[in-house]
Design a binder for this molecule. Structure first.
Ligand code: NI
Length: 221
């Protein structure tokens, strides 16, 4: 098989695997989240100097075992992804790079420093962040809040912007606070030019949503 046939084969097998693994996933972290991130990563990656196979596999496998759904264990996802890629025979440097992407993609609170970086990680991270923004981001945030039985909003509980990595993981605050603790911070953390432009638009949409939300909350709209 030539290289592009091989790549297509790796990707197809990965798609089948991920769909099956995420069959019972929470609505914001299911196959369709992966599908959106994958499409976004291809769109952003097309304008960057990247190994597209690494980008696509990274996007497809980035939430294969999200630590939020595994008692905070961050080692399961990279390990599962690595084992799977080994089993389908992707070249060792590709496997290693994808595992590194999965280990370093996620947001662990505003004060956490990132220690691995590559252009491929930059693309996958932007794609994943974009899916946390805009209309889709709002829908996913409330779905996750419902999954955790969090209140929609509680004006007596202020957002906590100084959370440590541990506090961030276990936060029980209202869903609206999550906009201030994470979502509205993401546009300034985008890596690529395409990602920045798309994030800006999605950010503005969320600001508009919040204005309307508070107006309705106060019975003024
Ligand atoms: Ni994700």
């Amino acid at each position: 098989m030539d290289e592009s046939t091989l790549s297509t084969n790796y990707i197809e097998r990965t798609v089948t695997y991920v769909k099956q693994e995420l069959i019972n996933a929470e609505g914001g972290h299911d196959w369709w989240h992966i599908h959106r991130v994958w499409q976004l990563a291809r769109h952003i990656g097309a304008k960057e100097q990247v190994d597209m196979l690494v980008v696509e596999l990274g996007a497809l496998l980035h939430d294969i075992a999200d630590s939020k759904f595994h008692n905070g264990d961050e080692s399961i996802g990279p390990q599962k992804a690595g084992n799977f890629l080994q089993s389908i025979g992707t070249p060792e440097p590709v496997t290693r790079h994808v595992v590194n992407i999965i280990q370093h993609i996620s947001f662990k609170g505003g004060n956490h420093r990132q220690e691995f970086f590559s252009p491929e990680l930059a693309v996958v991270q932007d794609a994943d962040r974009l899916d946390a923004l805009g209309a889709i981001g709002i829908a996913r945030t409330f779905n996750y809040g419902g999954f955790k039985n969090r209140p929609l909003y509680d004006p007596t509980i202020q957002p906590n912007l100084q959370m440590t990595k541990e506090q961030y993981k276990h936060s029980l605050g209202p869903t609206i606070n999550h906009f201030y603790e994470k979502l509205l911070l993401l546009k300034d953390r985008m890596n690529t030019t395409t990602g920045k432009i798309m994030a800006e638009e999605r950010h503005q949409f969320m600001e508009q949503f919040l204005r309307q939300f508070y107006a309705e909350w106060d019975g003024k709209a």
